[in-house]
Design a protein around this ligand. Structure first.
Ligand code: SF4
Length: 338
């Protein structure tokens, strides 16, 4: 049984301009010890998906009737959408699930020392005594590569450098030994060398604790280094998913191909960068048919704007939703996927 199973998740927000669909009928699983990368541009629904797993979306959120999210750990299966009271919600907010945010200042209270926040969390979620929690917190700060951990333990978030704060947040997120770790753009704000250190560190700790991880980023390069499987999101839909190497070496969906073409190529520094043309549409102006058709250079006239493409299996575990991947499609572009 999967650690996390998300089926037909649909998330809508009621706004003054009308109801908007942020996540549109997506399904995925995460197993223990597995890193699933969620990748896509801003507005693709990655973070809304992640926040749904902890029921952190705002009060104007409505989940579709057929949506289901279950977390199975320690012999029990939790229906996440059924959690209501603060006590019930604690299961997915600190006990079994932890989240690392892009901006660590958002996770630390500014007027409470890093150590006090870690200790309080451990006393609440792991029922430790204060001295046990202190010992473990210092140990974890040391493990994530923070030098002079006993000193940092007493400091406030603003006294640490950006890289150190990020590492302290990772230590805090991992301290409760969550079964599922959600990392939302955890390294985007860091410079490249610190980013590499933090990614290595996360990989080591995740393997040691056998956690499942959802790693959210807009950067397919980071996903290639970090994830076992990847799901590419566009305007609330998963348009392609599969084992990370297969998706990166043999991208089937034009959007994935576009994201890969937009990455700088170290072997040819003179090659021009080719971003995906246009911008992701506003969710208030969701296109009919294939949601990507307004930006797709391979769109089939009269078809892609009218009908939703089916999900097609490319090979084991690798699926893509595009008419060009469908053997039933008799358009002359079929098969021209490069
Ligand atoms: Fe492009 Fe059509 Fe495929 Fe959508 S279904 S990605 S518009 S070719």
């Amino acid at each position: 049984m999967s650690l996390l199973s998300v089926k037909n998740l649909e998330v809508k927000f009621a706004t003054a301009e009308g109801e908007i669909t942020a996540v549109d009928n997506i399904s995925f699983d995460v197993n223990p010890g597995e890193v699933l990368g969620l990748v896509g541009e801003s507005g693709s629904g990655k973070s809304v998906t992640a926040r749904s797993l902890m029921k952190l979306n705002a009060d104007n959120t409505r989940y579709g009737e057929g949506s289901s999210m279950t977390l199975s750990a320690d012999g029990e299966t939790i229906n996440i959408l059924g959690l209501r009271t603060p006590r019930q919600l604690r299961k997915v907010r600190g006990d079994l699930v932890s989240m690392i945010f892009q901006e660590p200042m958002a996770s630390f209270a500014p007027a409470i020392s890093i150590g006090s926040q870690m200790v309080e969390q451990l006393m609440l979620h792991r029922k430790m005594t204060r001295s046990e929690a202190r010992e473990l917190s210092i140990d974890l700060l040391d493990k994530v590569g923070i030098s002079d951990a006993p000193k940092r333990f007493k400091q406030y978030a603003f006294e640490l450098s950006g890289g150190m704060r990020q590492r302290a947040m990772i230590a805090m997120a991992l301290s409760t030994r969550p079964r599922l770790l959600i990392a939302d753009e955890p390294t985007t704000a860091l410079d490249v060398t610190i980013q590499a250190q933090v990614l290595d560190l996360m990989k080591d700790i995740v393997a040691e604790y056998d956690m499942g991880v959802i790693f959210i980023t807009h950067d397919l390069g980071v996903i290639a280094q970090t994830a076992d499987r990847v799901a590419v999101m566009y305007l609330g839909k998963i348009v392609e998913s599969g084992p990370v190497r297969d998706v990166i070496h043999n991208p089937a969906h034009p959007y994935t191909q576009g994201l890969l073409n937009a990455l700088p190529k170290l072997e040819d520094l003179d090659a021009p960068l080719t971003p995906v043309p246009g911008d992701i549409p506003s969710p208030l102006e969701r296109p009919n048919g294939c949601v990507f058709h307004t930006r797709c250079q391979k769109a089939i006239e009269g078809k892609c704007s009218a009908m939703e493409p089916p999900q097609v299996t490319i090979r084991d575990g690798h699926v893509s939703s595009c008419f060009l991947n469908d053997p039933q499609n008799n358009d002359p572009q079929n098969g021209d996927l490069a």
